[in-house]
Design a protein around this ligand. Sequence first.
Ligand SMILES: *Cc1c(COP(=O)(O)O)cnc(C)c1O
Length: 374
Amino acid sequence: MSRAVAEVDLTAIAHNLKLIKGKTNTQVLAVVKADAYGHGLIPVAKAAVAAGADWLGTALLEEGVALRAAGVKAPLICWLTPLGEDLKIAVKNNIDLSISSIELLEEVIDAGRAANIVPRIHLEVDTGMTRGGVRGEWPEFVSEVAKAVKDNGVEVVGLWSHFARADEPDQSFNKQQLDTFHKRLATLIAQGINPQFVHIANSAAALTNNDAVKNIVRWGIGLYGLSPDVTTLGDSAKLNLKPAMKLKAKLHLVKKAEAGAPVGYGGTATVAEDTKIGVVTMGYADGIPRNASNLAGVFVDGHRAPLLGRVSMDQFVVNLGANSNAKTGDEVVIFGDGALGEYTVDDWASAAGTINYEIVTRIGPRVPRIYPRG
Ligand SMILES: *Cc1c(COP(=O)(O)O)cnc(C)c1O
């Protein structure tokens, strides 16, 4: 094994896809943005489609184009195209676009004319998240869309929105968002536009809220076997999800350190009693959070070895314990599915005061992704 590696289990991806397909009994859009949450865009997308994903979705257009270049033919939406992108490439590659402004609508119409293809679009409505999507200007927006449809300038395939608080037990804000969503759909239909696809659910809503399922669910974090919110929904095991990524590194060095020794930059941790420490070959340049506490660490020699002190750019230190048999050169697991007692992505997230999404998506480009056969 090399210095560091992220092993991605594509059978886990398939399991997690089938789980939500069975549970919601609707079309599933596998969210593969941000290099498939750090798991590798093309292999994950292909595995998801093979397991029954009906759609793929990315934020960036270049990720959509990369999927098409890799021969992925599934229906595909790219939902974050700023003005000035080459939308002709999207249209020619049969990529659906999300439209949330009149300016972008005009660009997509022009791109379609230039390509001599009617662009397929999904209208994004802001139902309360106050981020993307059309808000107060909805009536003007819809009348522009209706004109474009009449001129054969666009085909409205979908209407969509996004929840702000789908992972919270209190459903009142979700209900308000759904209510607004239904109202916006009704006004669209009143203008003669009846989109085939209506979608609002992310992973948390797909797992918990039948009313939100509609005819596509957008399955992101769950595809990777991680819980949308460990506190409110429980962890991966509770949700019967299989974490797909196992992050491994090596012990560059094992040595003794005496009680009282300060560890790392700033000496923010001190060795409590005489012990052996291990120097691990990954750092914040690889996405290991610099401020993670000793609630995380590595698994080696059948034991957990907690993090000591600050993470450096390329390395960090763990406390192996005085009786450890770990040796220089040993392989360590930084996170895995937890079955053997190793730390999990969720452990790292809570040690760093963040969410599991951020831990996996920030694993850097220096770390090769490999796909052992299941
Ligand atoms: C990222 C994203 C999702 C997936 O969210 P999860 O919480 O990971 O399921 C769904 N829809 C949109 C628009 C997104 O940007």
